[in-house]
Design a protein around this ligand. Structure first.
Ligand SMILES: [Zn+2]
Length: 368
């Protein structure tokens, strides 16, 4: 099996473009203003291919909303292109590197330190505020210094878990904040350039699609090598049945009709749902586990310190980035083989499921 995991953004993009051209998919590339580490241009690349005669059932696969997690999402997209070549089971739209700057610079966040998955606020929502408890955690999460040799973060974090409890702490840390531009999980002061680009072209990309399943690939949450579909919108019964039939009973979390289990603001999913424009739209964040939460947050914190308070050419900055990349895309061959097989399996399951189903938005008609 070829190695689909890219060593960096430039290689990932080259391989993606080569594959889509080789298999005859349509491709468009949207540059962002910010540049890569060696001054190279950065793009959100969008590839599409229709299944013969069917433009209504569409699978959307996106990677790299969190830049450093794109190595995995990009590998899944490349493996799917390799598998389906010119004839995917349904119409496909692949969005490669939603946050290309973060991918190229090995950061979760974008060129403005914005966590894109907290930046997709809906009309009427304000880019301000922080979850209760975030302010209290600032000295622990965002120290104003480069990461040093001695750093008792793990001990301090363990103490914070004891004091506040894990659920409350998780909510305070990861829900997204709009007040501290150099802090972790900053949602921005307005829509990011990536969000503008997506908004401008979204309807055209989806075209005649009436029944859309969207898998947005992420890593860094969950047990090593396992995966869960996280749903941050209430699910209809039909959607719940789909997930259960296609992926299994315990394959997804959230989607409670009463509200949302996942309390982050500004997520990509609700934004897609808001723009569904009459389409049936099922969005799932496909999360693949790597290391323990404290280890992952510790790596995010150290890289954030290095980014804001260290020097780009310092060995400690490079070390912090290398460790961050490992936390979100482990080098372990076992981990990679497992998540790639399962990541591809999810998309194949969704595509086959979509192919075999009538549009759920309408009652079955004469040709249903
Ligand atoms: Zn992510």
């Amino acid at each position: 099996m070829p190695d689909f995991f890219p060593p960096n953004y430039v290689t990932a993009r080259t391989r993606f473009l080569d594959a889509v051209r080789r298999h005859g998919w349509a491709i468009e590339s949207h540059p962002i203003s910010a540049k890569g580490p060696t001054g190279e241009e950065l793009f959100i690349d969008v590839a599409a291919r229709s299944a013969t005669g069917n433009h209504t059932h569409t699978l959307v696969v996106s990677s790299g909303v969190h830049g450093v997690e794109a190595s995995f999402g990009s590998a899944v997209q490349l493996a799917l292109l390799d598998r389906w070549q010119a004839t995917p089971p349904v119409q496909c739209v692949f969005i490669h590197a939603v946050n290309p700057w973060g991918f190229a610079h090995r950061r979760r966040f974008n060129e403005d330190n914005v966590d894109l998955n907290r930046n997709f606020l809906l009309p009427g929502e304000e880019y301000r505020g922080s979850p209760p408890g975030y302010a209290e955690l600032i000295p622990l999460l965002n120290p104003k210094r480069s990461p040093g040799r001695f750093d008792p973060f793990h001990a301090l974090a363990a103490w914070a878990v004891l004091r506040h409890g894990m659920p409350k702490l998780k909510q305070a840390v990861a829900a997204g904040q709009y007040d501290h531009p150099k802090g972790l999980f900053f949602g921005g002061r307005g829509p990011a350039e990536s969000v503008h680009i997506l908004g401008e072209h979204w309807d055209r990309w989806l075209g005649e699609a009436q029944d859309v399943v969207h898998l947005d690939y992420h890593t860094g949450l969950g047990d090593w090598g396992t995966h869960t579909l996280l749903i941050d919108l209430p699910l209809s019964t039909a959607q719940r049945d789909r997930l259960t039939n296609w992926f299994g009973e315990r394959s997804f979390q959230g989607g409670d009709p009463s509200g949302t289990a996942y309390d982050a603001r500004g997520g990509f999913g609700p934004w897609c749902h808001h723009r569904r424009n009459g389409r049936e739209y099922l969005f799932a964040c496909a999360e693949f586990g790597t290391y323990a939460p404290i280890t992952v947050v510790g790596a995010l914190r150290a890289e954030n310190m290095a980014h804001h308070w260290g020097h780009p050419t310092d060995a400690s900055t490079e070390g912090a980035k290398r460790r961050l990349a490992e936390k979100f895309c482990p080098a372990s061959a076992d981990w990679r083989a497992r998540v790639l097989a399962d990541g591809v399996g999810l998309a194949v399951g969704a595509a086959e499921g979509l192919k075999g189903s009538a549009p759920t938005a309408q009652p079955a008609g004469p040709d249903g």
